[in-house]
Design a protein around this ligand. Sequence first.
Ligand code: KG4
Ligand code: ZN
Length: 384
Amino acid sequence: MIILGIETSCDETAISVVQASGGLKKPAFQVLAQVVSSQAKLHAPFGGVVPMLAKREHGKNLLPLLKEAIKQSKVTGKSKKFNESYKNKLKKILEREPELLEQFLQFIPLLPVPKIDCVAVTRGPGLEPALWVGINFARALALVWEKPLVPVNHMIGHIYSVLASPTKPTLTFPALALLVSGGHTELVLIKNWFEHKVIGRTLDDAVGEAFDKAARVLGLPYPGGPEISKLAKEWQGLTFCRLPRPMLHSGDFNFSFSGLKTAILYSAQKLAEANGGKLRAEDKVTLAYEFEQAAVEVLVKKLAKAVAKFEPRTVIIAGGVAANQELRRQAELMITSSASKLLISDLQLSTDNATMIAIASYLQIQKKVKSPQKFNAAGNLILS
Ligand code: KG4
Ligand code: ZN
């Protein structure tokens, strides 16, 4: 089946068209189109995502991205006369997005109905104003195209994003997933499709959030993860500093990153004081390196403990921070001493995208999870 996926939970507007087959026995995915418009630059001056700004941008981006995704995926269908009776319903569905409604009414009635089988959309977790735009847009499309609508949990999308790799990996259970993003740090045990149990999570900041805050301390732009990583690579071992490894020996699978963030702030202040109030370039490099090492060590060591305890057949690392090369390197090294197979989401599938939403919706349909046609954005949706 062919699925159109829509993702607007944070600061990426994303649409994908994915061809899915094989059922739960041998799920296989072909990405026909994946378009993403990042608002990172827009939010950069604020050091984080501003929800109402994100909502407005999603409203502007969705239709141009849809056009592009349909063109790239070649799913253009036959022209069909637009059912005028949908107009009033559309006005209601998109009443909170007036700009989008206007564009929608101009463009969609002229667009041939694409050859897709359903529309999938992120329901949560995320920023509610941002989620709502995507949900209302998806609902409007499902109405005029007369297709089923499938709401998807963003974090489940991250987990199963590993299946989109061109290497066509197979996922054998039990599996263990380390989910690391700007909003989440979770260790999830997966007994079977959609049988998730969170065995550990952050007690305060998510690891991506800590990367973003540490980057701010060092005067680096948002999003901070890739910036810290870039700077850390310049480290040549000439200067040292030591940051804590929070909760490394806590005896459970929980994490904490807010102390690490405070520690880098104090270290930066001390180093700056010692040099006339200004943080030297080499000290920034050292701090970036040490921060990355501290964060990655905690993640990988906790993952290793969970692997030893639960002996999963597959280990998954997914979410924005899975793009971190040091995390990938240390996790690969760690997994060699276990019997588990490691699946890390491909780079362009680590950060937010709609391919993972389409994939999760396919698996949900195959698992016969019921999709309510009426649902709300759920900013705090948890894995259950
Ligand atoms: O999954 P994602 O795109 O959005 C959320 O659902 O949060 O994750 C974004 C997070 C940001 O905090 C960003 O700084 C972090 O992922 N990130 C990284 C890297 N690339 C993105 N963190 C560390 N190293 C990276 N290379
Ligand atoms: Zn995400």
